[in-house]
Design a protein. Structure first.
Length: 406
């Protein structure tokens, strides 16, 4: 391996020109910092950069000291593993000391600090994630052919694929996520074979980690071909045996046709059967939030009638996300919804009591009947809602004649 920079360089405008990043570089010293990972990869692909990570041969305590001397606040987000976060005006930057693995057990690694950039690169998962950039010149340092793989849209493990997976089983799911986002065809054969052979090792991971990777994958632009390949290789059966990946392309097509952004939870709902108890079980398994669990169950309560449902009535009953989930999974149109604010029913129980009905269960029943008529009429104004209430009361024999209202 050589530390000679490649002919490729990052442009020095955009995020590379941030004044606060220059301040961080000055604090640590030009020879002691390089940008690494996703920011480098995505810049080379002309994609938006979200997070900026840096690598340094300096020990964490020295990073903290130098930042403090320069007036940069730091947070010890992972200091035991060599990571501190520099809090900068333009956004936080994770600065991690160069490392190499001492031991791994498939779930966690014991690391030691290193002094050579290539040692740090060697412990990373894929070649396209092991690219380092000089903060002054933008020159890219590539130790494992990552630039060539990036150009070929090839996701390839660094070194021996089975060994890298044995070090961290989650790399199987990371491989498929990166394949869905960056990969082309044909996929790397060694990587796919290793993932298939070692798929059972995923059972040793926490369900929360698996859930996070699955949701990150489902949130990408079009993960359907990747999910289908995971099923073929036996990986999907280990992490989500209930999934039917053939249901995903239709949903993605409906989202695309109606300009709806990808939504991981909706896609998870489409992947699993319409079974509320099962949806709740999967939400618990993946450690989803309470709101996510409720929404997944709501989507699992779908029926064949959803395609013919009034979109606004459905949104009033389920909320906007719930209605979009049901309609898009059913392949129905959602045209009335994107710019529509769900109205509030303008009547309360007091309006019924004021008409002489004794407070109690009947008030709630009458209110529900009036609300149903109000929804069926397309959510008219308060005056019309009052008229609908009077009509219900007349029908129930609680008003002799419905008062005429303009």
């Amino acid at each position: 391996m050589t530390d000679t920079p490649s002919a490729r360089s990052l442009p020095l405008d955009g995020w590379m020109a941030r004044d606060d990043l220059a301040m961080l570089v000055a604090a640590l010293g030009l020879d002691n910092i390089r940008w690494v990972g996703g920011a480098v990869r995505d810049t080379l692909l002309c994609l938006p950069v979200k997070d900026i990570d840096a690598a340094t041969p300096l020990r964490p305590e020295e990073v903290v000291e130098r930042c403090a001397a320069a007036g940069i606040r730091t947070v010890p987000t992972g200091i035991e593993h060599g990571t501190i976060t520099a809090i900068l005006p333009g956004g936080p930057v994770e600065v991690t000391t160069l490392r190499h693995d001492v031991s791994t057990d498939g779930r966690r690694a014991t690391v030691a600090f290193a002094s050579e950039w290539q040692d740090d690169a060697a412990r990373r998962d894929f070649t396209i994630n092991a690219l380092y950039a000089d903060p002054q010149t933008g020159a890219v340092h590539d130790y494992f052919g990552g630039l060539e793989d990036l150009a070929a849209r090839r996701v390839r493990f660094i070194g021996d694929a089975p060994q890298r997976i044995r070090e961290d089983h989650l790399r199987i799911l990371r491989y498929f996520r990166f394949q869905a986002r960056f990969g082309g065809q044909p996929a790397d054969a060694q990587a796919e074979t290793a993932c298939a052979e070692l798929a059972a090792t995923l059972k040793g991971l926490s369900r929360e980690r698996i859930g996070m990777e699955v949701m990150n994958l489902l949130g990408l632009a079009d993960p359907a071909p990747t999910l289908a390949r995971m099923a073929q290789l036996g990986v999907l059966a280990v992490i989500l045996p209930e999934a039917t990946p053939e249901a995903l392309p239709a949903l993605i097509a409906a989202e695309t046709a109606q300009a709806i952004a990808p939504d991981a939870l909706r896609r998870l709902a489409a992947l699993i059967p319409a079974d509320v108890a099962l949806a709740e079980s999967i939400a618990s398994r993946f450690r989803l939030s309470g709101a996510q669990k409720k929404r997944l169950a709501q989507a699992a309560a779908r029926s064949d009638n959803d395609a013919a449902a009034d979109p606004r009535a459905l949104a009033y009953r389920l909320g906007l996300d719930g209605a979009l989930d049901r309609l898009l999974i059913a392949g129905a149109g959602i045209a009335p919804l994107p710019d529509w604010a769900i109205p509030a029913f303008p009547l309360k129980g007091g309006a019924i009591v004021a008409r002489g009905v004794k407070a109690g269960p009947m008030v709630a029943r009458l209110l529900q009947a009036t609300e149903a008529r109000w929804i069926a009429e397309g959510f008219p104004d308060a005056m019309r809602a009052e008229a609908l209430l009077d009509a219900v009361l007349v029908q129930e024999g609680l008003l002799p004649v419905a008062p005429a209202r303009e």
